[in-house]
Ligand binder design. Sequence first.
Ligand code: FES
Ligand code: FES
Length: 167
Amino acid sequence: MARLNINGSTHNVNAEPDTPLLWVLREQVGLTGTKYGCGVAQCGACSVHINGEVRRSCSMRLRDIKPADKIVTIEGLSATSSHPVQKAWAELDVPQCGYCQSGQIMAAAALLAKKPKPTDADIDKAMTNICRCGTYQRIRAAVHAAAGTVKVGSDAASGNDPYTVKA
Ligand code: FES
Ligand code: FES
């Protein structure tokens, strides 16, 4: 039994210690927004945040996660899909098939939390997720559209929500 903090709630999960976090999230907790692509930390489809850092959950093992670690999945990014990155993604019609996009959004949100006004070079360096549909141009535009509207760590008191969205 392991205790995980996911999207601000505690979950007790029964899985072998070497189970990838991705499968714990999808199969034990039912959070299927996080996708399986390559399974070897290359594509980014499985990206989540752990303590505000973007991480590839296919390559993290359950034993690597501490109870105090704060895991945020795409389902926890905002209650109403109102995170600035999600809004920019919708406004600019970024997704095509959509499969990679939850990972792309998580990567973009982590980037903007650290660097509110990223340059193209910053975006290219941080956004290493693969998109088979080739939406890279729109991803970059959407990151710029969302830029400056996210700041990190402002709800540290609750310890659950690492983001605050400016009105
Ligand atoms: S499924 Fe994790 S990086 Fe591809
Ligand atoms: S939108 Fe299809 S893989 Fe990225």
